[in-house]
Design a protein around this ligand. Structure first.
Ligand code: ADP
Ligand code: MG
Ligand code: MG
Length: 252
């Protein structure tokens, strides 16, 4: 079992404190969902976990199986088994999607134990089939000219190929039609297992109609203010966030 532990995390962007003491523990085999109104720091948390340089951790800690994640460079975090699907994936010209995935997979393997091209292609084909993706997407430059929905599917494809220990999926459902939503959910559900933990960040409950989270957390004003089981997501869908604000005496 692997465990990602976030303790009292404070993060600033350009001198402004966005995260004000986040606590969260994610074990492999668990699916967590973070929900919350816009602008409360959900993407900031994702970026801080992956080490985006713009986000300055001013105090607190992030560890993966006791190893200090904050001490690792971005590529070291990926090699350690962390993966981030971004809310707005960037386009990278000159690198094909397939090359990107193959080198990311090999970076997690020992030297001399690189995945063979045949095995890679076979695995890629089968995952692309699950995600109902066109074969030519693999040979195109990373995210270049991909539609919003294609970018999201592609993030899930990368996750399925790279097989991270802990994946953070930021708004993977935004902009997806219902068919794409089902396909993306199938991919995530297929990953579920004892070697995989997941943090799904979403503004809406609808993704959680297809993926049942073990834990649901609400983020407001830079903190996790409430945690519960899958039923919490349903309550939020039905009643919104106001009742939590009232409970906590939070003003907008
Ligand atoms: P969420 O994902 O919950 O919608 P974000 O983490 O994106 O929230 O943003 C939290 C706060 O941080 C917002 O007030 C936002 O304006 C601010 N913020 C986020 N990213 C940046 C940035 N790159 N530069 C300046 N401010 C930012
Ligand atoms: Mg947002
Ligand atoms: Mg966001």
């Amino acid at each position: 079992m692997s465990t990602l532990v976030i303790k009292d995390l404070h993060v600033e962007i350009e001198g402004k404190e966005i995260l004000k003491g986040v606590n969260l523990t994610i074990n492999t085999s668990e699916i967590h969902a973070i929900m919350g109104p816009n602008g409360t720091g959900k993407s900031t948390l994702a970026s801080a976990i992956m080490g985006h340089p713009k986000y300055e951790v001013t105090s607190g800690s992030i560890t993966l199986d006791g190893e200090d994640v904050l001490d690792m460079e971005v590529d070291e975090r990926a090699r350690a088994g962390l993966f981030l699907a971004m809310q707005y994936p960037s386009e990278i010209s000159g690198v094909t999607n397939a090359d990107f995935m193959r080198s990311a997979m090999n970076a997690r393997r020992e030297e001399g134990d690189e995945i063979s091209l045949m095995k890679f292609i076979r695995e890629l084909d089968s995952k692309m089939e699950v995600l109902d993706m066109d074969q030519d997407m693999a040979q195109r430059y990373l995210n270049e000219g991909f539609s919003g929905g294609e970018k999201k599917r592609n993030e899930i494809l990368q996750m399925m190929m790279i097989k991270p220990t802990i994946a953070v999926l930021d708004e993977i459902d935004s902009g997806l039609d219902i068919d794409a939503l089902k396909v993306v959910s199938d991919g995530i559900n297929q990953m579920k297992g004892e070697d995989f933990g997941c943090l799904i960040i979403t503004h809406y409950q609808r993704l959680l109609n297809y993926i049942t989270p073990d834990h649901v957390h609400v983020m407001m004003q830079g903190r996790v203010v409430k945690s519960g089981g899958a039923e919490l997501a349903h309550k939020l869908e039905a009643e919104g966030y106001d009742w939590i604000k009232q409970e906590l005496g939070i003003e907008d």
